[in-house]
Design a protein around this ligand. Structure first.
Ligand code: AMP
Ligand code: ZN
Length: 494
């Protein structure tokens, strides 16, 4: 029997018991990345949240069909490929491969299906034909639009009213549209651009239609859960609902989950803002296991802020977890009383139940992880030893070992934070620690310039001890000062 789950549903803006279309099954769709470059750690949050929903349902006993797409036909891809003089689809394929490498580093389970737009064109065309046939779409000079006022429940997810949208300034003005909110389902190809033949001429799909067509292809007309970032709720998801319900005449999706942003300071990390750290830049220095741990540390509905402290915390958590796994394995072979039993076993069984409860309570991963850390604390204190000297420690018993293993397996399966090769992980941790201390040494150039000015002022005031202190402070941060005879000071990294 699958565990009961509660989900915060953005359709109702409330937490509800999860009732699947088919008992014991979950049909789940998550909007995947647009592959025009290496993807960034903000996108990684989207991928990890999708992976968590997938894993948690599986672990709680459901049969899950999980679909995550790649957008391989898009203006940004076409433009980037043009710059590089490459075929747009081949260019996108290259970044799909890079993205798969990143996902592997992040310890993600493969989705059941990972469709791409260029292989879903017949399904997209069929759905657009149904939309037109049902009176929700119209064609102007080879371009097909969705007529928003025809779909009466438009706005049911984003809670936006059509009248507000008419006066809003976010809607582009286009002479061909019957209504300013109408959006493109199919657009004619420009000269030299990738295209497919369609009943409306040579062209390619608009962005929103791909998810409606892909989810229908693999999950059917009505499915259980749809996930994406909060930025996608409007217009992307609102438009998906309109397209699918207009074309199929059925409810599209029952539960809508949106994760919050990963921010850089006060703003969203985004490629277009240029404030990104790519997954690859991060994992090269710190490893995927650290990025995963970092992203697990906040509930999916809270905003996360990217910071050095968060990275440090993640490194130390990864180390703690994997050291525990290694020490426990050794203790199992060296420090066991095979006839004994231990009252701690019951406490760990309680923690397992609490963990399941958190996992099934709107995917409360930080809560679930906290129970695993409680167990680590208890077992480290009384049974394990860093130096592998167990002489002052209690002996593990078979029932206790079983309870610890059950909890470890549950954690591994449901949140994926325990990697298979703990010794390798500890090497990654060492590399991460070296790289973080290098990063710490690097003061910003503004701070350095400021300290140089302060030192100059201290020298003018003949405050030699302060001037000396500043030089030492900079030296400790890896900065060398060079005093020229004319009084100017230059600096460089050691
Ligand atoms: P895109 O490639 O921009 O369509 O984004 C793919 C997924 O990443 C979507 O679910 C976005 O909502 C999500 N995403 C993009 N930037 C961020 C960010 N800074 N924090 C969290 N999720 C993001
Ligand atoms: Zn989508």
């Amino acid at each position: 029997m699958a565990e009961k789950v509660q989900i915060f549903n953005n359709l109702t803006r409330s937490k509800l018991p999860f009732v699947p279309v088919i008992a014991g099954e979950v049909k789940f769709y998550s909007c995947g990345p647009t592959v025009y470059d290496f993807i960034h750690v903000g996108n990684a949050r989207a991928l990890i949240v999708g992976d968590l929903i997938h894993r948690i349902f599986k672990t709680l006993g459901y049969h899950v069909t999980f679909v995550r797409n790649f957008t391989d036909v898009d203006d940004k891809i076409i433009n980037k490929a043009k710059e590089k003089n490459e075929d747009a689809l081949a260019y996108a394929k290259r970044f799909i491969n890079e993205c798969n490498i990143d996902m592997n580093e992040l310890g993600m389970l493969p989705a059941t299906h990972t469709p791409i737009v260029s292989e879903t064109i017949p399904e997209i065309i069929n759905l657009i034909e149904d939309i037109i046939k049902n009176g929700f779409g119209y064609v102007v000079e080879g371009e097909v639009f969705f007529h928003v006022p025809a779909f009466r429940s438009y706005g049911k997810l984003s809670k936006k009213k059509l009248e507000q949208l008419e006066h809003g300034n976010r809607v582009e003005v286009d002479d061909k549209k019957k209504h300013p909110s109408d959006f493109v389902l199919w657009k004619p190809a420009k000269e030299g651009e990738i295209f497919w033949q369609s009943p409306w001429g040579k062209g390619r799909p608009g962005w929103h239609i791909e998810c409606s067509a892909m989810s229908k292809k693999y999950l059917g007309e009505t499915f259980d859960i749809h996930h994406g970032g909060v930025d996608l709720m409007f217009p992307h998801h609102e438009n998906e609902i309109a397209q699918s319900e207009a074309g199929n005449g059925k409810t599209y999706c029952n539960y809508w989950c949106h994760h919050e942003f990963l921010n850089f300071g006060d703003t969203k990390m985004s490629k277009s803002l240029g404030n990104v750290v790519t997954i690859r830049q991060f994992t090269d220095k710190f490893g995927g296991v650290v990025l995963r741990q970092l992203l697990l540390s906040a509930h999916y509905r809270t905003v996360m802020v990217w910071s050095e402290q968060a990275i440090e915390r993640a490194i130390s958590d990864v180390e703690r977890i994997h050291k525990f796994v290694i020490h426990f394995k050794i203790a199992k072979s060296k420090n066991v009383d095979s006839s004994g039993s231990d009252e701690l076993t019951g406490k760990i069984a309680d923690l397992v139940n609490k963990m399941k409860k958190d996992l099934s309570n709107d995917f409360n991963v930080p809560g679930a992880i906290a129970h695993y850390f409680s167990m680590i604390r208890m077992i480290n204190r009384d049974y394990l030893d860093e130096q592998l000297d167990f002489s002052h420690k209690k002996k593990l018993t078979p029932d206790l070992i079983k309870a610890i293993e059950e909890m470890t397996l549950l954690t591994k399966n449901a949140v994926g934070m325990i990697y298979d090769n703990p010794e390798e992980v500890l090497k990654t941790v060492e590399r991460a620690k070296k790289n973080i201390s290098k990063q710490e040494q690097k003061l910003s150039s503004e701070t350095i310039e400021q300290l140089i000015i302060e030192r100059k002022e201290a020298r003018i005031a003949k405050n030699w001890s302060r001037a000396d202190e500043i030089r030492k402070e900079l030296d400790a941060s890896g900065i060398i000062l060079k005093d020229s005879p004319d009084g100017t000071v230059t600096w460089s990294y050691k």
